[in-house]
Write a protein that binds this ligand. Sequence first.
Ligand SMILES: [Zn+2]
Ligand SMILES: [Zn+2]
Length: 367
Amino acid sequence: MSKLDVVEIWKELHRMPEPGMNEFKTGEFLADALEKLGYEVTRGVGKTGVVGVVRGKEPGPVVMLRADMDALPFKNEDGSIEYVHACGHDSHSAMVLTAAAELVDKVKKGTLKILFQPAEETLEGALAVMKDGVIDDVDIALGLHVRPVQDIPAGTCCAAVRHSASTFLCVEIEGKSAHAARPHLGVNCAEAAALITNAICAIKMNPALTWSCKVTSISAVSSASNIIPDRGELVLDVRAQTNELMDELLEKVRRAIEGAASSIGAKAIIKFPGGVIPAAIYDEDLVAEVAQTIKEELGADKLAPDCGGGGEDFHYFKQAKPNMKAAYFGLGAGCTPGLHARNMTFDTAQLSKGVKVLVAMALKKLG
Ligand SMILES: [Zn+2]
Ligand SMILES: [Zn+2]
């Protein structure tokens, strides 16, 4: 019998959606709950993250169960921003907390480390908690994500979510202001932004591999209709199946941006505020163990094929510490119409399955 009700925890967290690096209420709620369970708790890890630790009496590995906590911003009609748990991070925290409750007095060897990580969506969180030393002692890291209906059927789990490498670029364009009646004396940033967008759309990569690059925000605002805008800004989202493909794609993206801007005399400055998150690199023996655990806990018919796409800053951990074992499974929760949709809903009855897999995997290493 579980000590905590995962759906009740999820409801609590769902009521307090907070932006990345501002998960103050969420972090406090989770830290309090861990403390009540008997965990040694550290708050403020990587600003708003929470770490809970429980040690067994015998020596053994350090196993980290990781959940993210942040919500996504959506614009209201009046221009104000509202945060919504549209990626299900509230459900991840609820599942990991419920697993922590079940595991607290069952850890015989090694150490169980619970990590509630901030700011996954902005790609800052994993890097921030790593700076505070979170993974220094970790031997095995395990994460999970609810999956949409497009990926795997509700009620099934896949042993590995094969995330792509992913990044976003902010491009500042510098032009030259002029009277709109004398456009030849200026450099129009609205036109530069359009040229860059077209150049990005013309990029081609090997069609046998998955990749994409697209403009997700574009602005070049003039103070008047008859003044040539001298400033512009673009945001691009770029993804690739492998880290090598990402290097190749980013080189083409850079050439497209700089070439298109310079073709009319504008200057483009490219920044990567969240870095480039690596594609998933897993330890296949650990993934096989997760697959076996899914079959044992949920039934052989509940093991779905691996799904892919998306990006995850979880993979910064393995990149920074290659000898740490990492796995990250997917829980088919019937998320619809899809992740990152403002009206995303899912079947909360599936959450107990994620808890079961987390608990069973941790006990195989620590029990
Ligand atoms: Zn997301
Ligand atoms: Zn997510």
